[in-house]
Each structure stands twice: as C-alpha cells, then as structure tokens.
Write a protein that binds this ligand. Structure first.
Ligand SMILES: *[C@@H]1O[C@H](CO)[C@@H](O)[C@H](O)[C@H]1NC(C)=O
Ligand SMILES: *[C@@H]1O[C@H](CO)[C@@H](O)[C@H](O)[C@H]1NC(C)=O
Ligand SMILES: *[C@@H]1O[C@H](CO)[C@@H](O)[C@H](O)[C@H]1NC(C)=O
Ligand SMILES: *[C@@H]1O[C@H](CO)[C@@H](O)[C@H](O)[C@H]1NC(C)=O
Ligand SMILES: *[C@@H]1O[C@H](CO)[C@@H](O)[C@H](O)[C@H]1NC(C)=O
Length: 165
C-alpha cells in the first residue's frame, strides 16, 4: 500500500513538472531574427520588426555566419551611427548561433560589428510587458480555457490519474 502511494505521488510530480514545462514554453517565444534570412547583410530589420511584438521573457535567436558577423547590443546613439566601439553587451559566443533573453521591458538595440551594420545589420526593438490573458477581463461565453483556469483543471486530472496507481 505504501509502495503504491509512493508511486502515485511520484507520477503526480512528473505530470505536474511536465505541465509546468509546457506552460513555460507557451508563454516565452523564441524569435529567429530575420526569419529564414537570419542575421545577414541586406535585410532591412526595421521592416522585418515592424509588424512584430516582442514581449518580456521572449528570446531572440540570431543565426549567422560566425566567421563574418557578430551580435552586439549598443545604445541608441551607437545604433544610429553604427558605432561598435563600446558595446553594452557582446552576445557573440563564436558558434554563429546566439540567443538573447529579453528579460527587461525596454528598448534594445543590436548591431553587427565589422562594418556589417552599414549594410543594414541593425535591429532596434521595443520589449513590451506580457499582455494579461484576455479571458480574465472578458465576459465572453466562448469556451476557450485560459491558462489560469487550465492549470488547476489539469492538476485535478493529474491527481485523478495518479489515484489509479
Ligand atoms: C551611447 O554611448 C556613447 C559612448 O559611450 C555616448 O557618447 C552616448 O551619449 C550614449 N548614448 C545614449 C543615448 O546613452
Ligand atoms: C565578443 O565576444 C567574442 C567571444 O568571446 C570575441 O571573440 C569578440 O572579440 C568580442 N567582440 C567584441 C566587439 O567585443
Ligand atoms: C538580463 O540578462 C542579461 C544578459 O544575460 C544579464 O546580464 C542581466 O543581469 C539580466 N537582467 C535581469 C534584470 O535579470
Ligand atoms: C528600412 O526600410 C525603412 C522603411 O522603408 C527605411 O526608412 C529605412 O531607411 C530602411 N533601412 C535601411 C537600413 O535600409
Ligand atoms: C461583465 O458582466 C457584468 C454583468 O453582466 C458587468 O456588470 C460587467 O461590467 C462586465 N465586465 C466586463 C469586463 O465586461
């Protein structure tokens, strides 16, 4: 009997962990800068970014030729003038695949050094607060389950399943 209880709570823990992971993935988005073109010269990143939203906790994914370009965060002045002499942050790891965690709601400016900023490799974005889930304020009769409702419901289901073991 004790053994069965242990197994039940272990299973419950696993299910809860899996659910939490799923929810985290759902809220943070990984955005590949430039889409299919990646981080490369002759892409207008102002145009690329203009119809997109960047939210707190999202990740930017820079994909580029590691022998040519790099990823530097600079301030607004240096973004405008393509000055890479005093970056605020150097995200270049050397693999040509770099991630930036947008962990503050503010403006971010990225450029590639080595002169590539002049051929368009500059990206300025505004990171917004995560909007509240619409279901919280709406009186909608729609059946969509928002995360705050889904979480306890899923836990109840998990507990129910675990009860069988
Ligand atoms: C950006 O940094 C440069 C050099 O450190 C400085 O001269 C400039 O005033 C800064 N610009 C802003 C907007 O902070
Ligand atoms: C950025 O960091 C990379 C890897 O550590 C280094 O090779 C590169 O020289 C740095 N670039 C700048 C502009 O600081
Ligand atoms: C955000 O991430 C940067 C880069 O990893 C780090 O240096 C900084 O301390 C972080 N800021 C906060 C508020 O967590
Ligand atoms: C990108 O496109 C915008 C809008 O057409 C334009 O104002 C801007 O100068 C372009 N940027 C570059 C680096 O060509
Ligand atoms: C929700 O419905 C109630 C009662 O019909 C109403 O008083 C309230 O203002 C509505 N709230 C919103 C956010 O629409």
């Amino acid at each position: 009997m004790e053994e069965e209880k242990k197994r039940g709570s272990l299973l419950l823990a696993v299910v809860v962990l899996a659910l939490m992971t799923l929810m985290m993935v759902a809220s943070a988005t990984k955005i590949t800068v430039g889409g299919n073109q990646g981080w490369s010269p002759n892409v207008n990143y102002t145009l690329w970014a203009q119809d997109k939203h960047f939210y707190y906790d999202d990740w930017l994914f820079f994909v580029y030729d590691r022998n040519q370009q790099n990823v530097l965060e600079v301030n607004k002045t240096d973004y405008e003038s393509c000055n890479s002499d005093h970056p605020l942050h150097n995200y270049t790891t050397g693999a040509g695949r770099d991630v930036v965690h947008l962990n503050v709601t503010r403006d971010y400016y990225f450029i590639s050094g080595k002169g590539f900023c002049y051929s368009g490799m500059k990206l300025g974005i505004h990171v917004e607060k995560i909007p509240p889930p619409p279901a919280l304020e709406a009186n909608s009769s729609s059946a969509t389950i928002s995360p705050p409702v889904a979480a306890p419901a899923a836990l109840a289901v998990a507990a129910f399943i675990a009860g069988f073991f």
